[in-house]
Write a protein that binds this ligand. Structure first.
Ligand code: PCA
Length: 210
């Protein structure tokens, strides 16, 4: 079980994605140990770090997690696209615009996590969540795309991406929705459990405008 979170970026002191993922490190879920890895928020460095972690751990389930400040609840991402269009410079000062994540790669990949089953289970646990059709065009989408590309022939490995809201402290500063780190941690545990136990995905309508 590989879970990745991101280093802080955009002038923030913390990144709730890493705070929540770190809290699950070493935990055993359905007989699988969670390995937590922090990825740099840098276009040049994030993918080598991801590839290294995939090679080293050969996970059965791999979920990358990132912050999407402003979003309400958890976003279970459905689509990774082969495009980078950075809104702000990354932590190394790079701001690539309109370039592919991987030259010659497919236009997009779908997550292979049971996102609808996970959505139902999150709702039952009282945790705000939705299916999202875009992970953006920044480092998170880059990592999501590279993850799905790396695992495209490994049908037994389930993988995907989850965006989390601001931490409560950040939410106050930005006057936008937030979620306690412990709730995010619980949510990730539910998603991991769904990925390890459900054979097929639930069939419920969860379409949105974005
Ligand atoms: N969120 C950014 C990159 C790192 C992170 O946590 C994003 O949504 O692309």
């Amino acid at each position: 079980m590989l879970l990745t979170g991101f280093a802080p970026f955009g002038g923030e002191a913390v990144n709730p994605s890493w705070q929540a993922v770190r809290a699950l490190d070493g935990m055993v879920i359905e007989g699988h140990r969670v390995i937590a890895v922090e990825l740099p928020c840098e276009f040049d460095a994030a993918l080598p770090a991801l590839w290294h972690a995939l090679r080293e751990h050969e996970p059965r389930v791999a979920i990358a997690v990132g912050l999407a400040g402003g979003r309400e609840g958890l976003s279970l991402e459905r689509v990774a696209i082969n495009l980078i269009d950075a809104r702000i410079p990354d932590n190394a000062g790079a701001q690539p615009v309109d370039v592919p994540v991987l030259r010659g790669g497919a236009a997009a990949f779908f997550a292979t996590l049971p996102i609808k089953t996970a959505l139902l289970e999150l709702q039952q646990a009282g945790i705000a969540a939705h299916i999202s059709q875009t992970a953006g065009t920044y480092v998170c989408n880059q990592v999501f795309y590279a993850l799905m590309h790396a695992l495209r022939r490994q049908r037994h490995t389930r993988a995907g991406f989850v965006h989390v809201p601001w931490s409560p402290e950040q939410a106050i500063v930005h006057a936008q929705p937030g979620m306690p780190i412990d709730e995010v941690r619980r949510a990730l545990e539910i998603i991991v459990r769904a990925a390890l136990t459900s054979r097929s995905d639930a069939r419920i309508a969860a379409g949105r405008e974005s």
